[in-house]
Ligand binder design. Sequence first.
Ligand code: NAD
Ligand code: WQD
Length: 334
Amino acid sequence: MKVLVTGGTGYIGSHTCVELLQNGDEVIIADNLYNSKPEVVERIASISGKAPVFYEADVTDKAAIRKIFAEHQIDAVIHFAAYKAVGESCKIPLRYYRNNLDSALTLLECMQEAGCKNIVFSSSATVYGPNNPVPYVEEMPTYVATNPYGWTKVMIEQILRDISTADPEFSAVLLRYFNPIGAHESGLLGDDPSGIPNNLMPYVVRVASGQLEKLTMYGDDYDTPDGSCVRDYLHVVDLAKGHLKALDYAVNHKGAEAVNLGTGNGLSVFELVDAFEASTGVKVNRVVGPRRDGDLPQIWAGTEKAEKLLGWHAEKTVEEMCRDSWNFVVKSRE
Ligand code: NAD
Ligand code: WQD
C-alpha cells in the first residue's frame, strides 16, 4: 500500500513509518518540521532498511499537498500532523484551531480531489472530557473537551463522521490514544520535545540524566490508591503497530469508527517513577507538589473494541517502556 503520513517525522509518526516500511508499505511523509528534525528521515530509513519519500511541507498548504497527491497514487492517509500541547493550547487557542483544523480540512479536500477515501486519524483520550467514568469506552459522549487542543480533536472526529455519512465510500478510523511513552529499541527514535517538557516521561528522563534538577509530582491527595493520578501508559511501538491494523481495517471497510489504543491498565505517577528507577537502576530526584490545573484523577482505556475490530492489543510491559525511554536518552548523548 502507498501511505501518506502527515507528521511522519514526529514522535508517534516516525515509529509508525518504521512499522509501515518493515511491513512492505511505501511511505510518503509530509511534515513541516515544526516539532521534529530532518535527521529523523534517515533514522527511519536506517532502522527499516527502506527510505520513505520526504516532503518538507505544511499540511495547511493546499498547493503542496495537492502536488503530493499528483505525484503519488496514495491508497490511504495517516494524519498525525498537529500541535499537541494542552497547556499551550489554552494560551494560544487561535493558533491551535488554525493549525489543527486547517491541516485536517486541507488534507481532506486534497484527498477528495484525488479520490483517496481512507484515513486513520490521530485522536486522543482527551475527547472523553471530564464527565465520563473510567474505563473510557468508545460509545461514551465526547462533546465536552476541557481545552482548545481537545476541542480540535472532537471537531475533527465530527468532520470525519460527517464526511463518511455523506460519502458511503469514505472510511475513517479515529484512534484515541491514551499516554504513549517509550521509544524505538534501537535508541534512534523517541520523544524529544524542545524546551522544558510538559509530559511526565520526557520530564523523568531529563531529571534522570541531570538535565533538569527535580521532578515535581503533581498531587498526592487524589482519590486514587496512592493519591497520585492514574494514567494508561502504552509503548509507542505498540501504538505504531495499532496504526497498521487500523489502516488494514480502513481499506477493507466503510464508515467512521472510533477506537481506543491503550493497555487497559492504570498506573499512578508514583508507580511509573518507581518502575523507571527499578528497570533502569537510575534515581529520579523527585518531590510532591500541588495538583496541576486540569488534571483528572484517573484515566484508562476500555480495550475491547480495539481487540474485536482491529485484532490489536498492547504487548509491551511498563519495564520496556521505561527502559526504551531511557535508552533513547543515553544513545542521544553518545
Ligand atoms: P509530534 O509533535 O512529535 O509530531 C507531530 C508532527 O506534526 C511534528 O513532526 C510536526 O512538525 C508536524 N506538524 C505539526 N503541524 C504541521 C503542519 N501544519 N504541517 C506539517 N506538519 C506539521 O507529536 P506526536 O506525539 O507524534 O503526536 C502525533 C499526533 O498524535 C498528534 O496529532 C497528536 O495530537 C496526537 N496525540 C499525541 C499524544 C501524545 O501523548 N504524544 C496523545 C494523543 C494524541
Ligand atoms: C501524566 C501524569 C500529571 C508531568 C496529556 C494530554 C493528553 C494526551 C497525552 C495528547 C499526570 C503527572 C506530569 C510532571 C507530573 N496528549 N505529571 N509531573 O496530562 O495524562 O495527558 O498527554 O492528546 O491529551 O492531556 O499526560 O504526561 O502530562 O501527565 O506529576 O512534571 O503525570 O499530573 O497525572 P496527561 P502527562
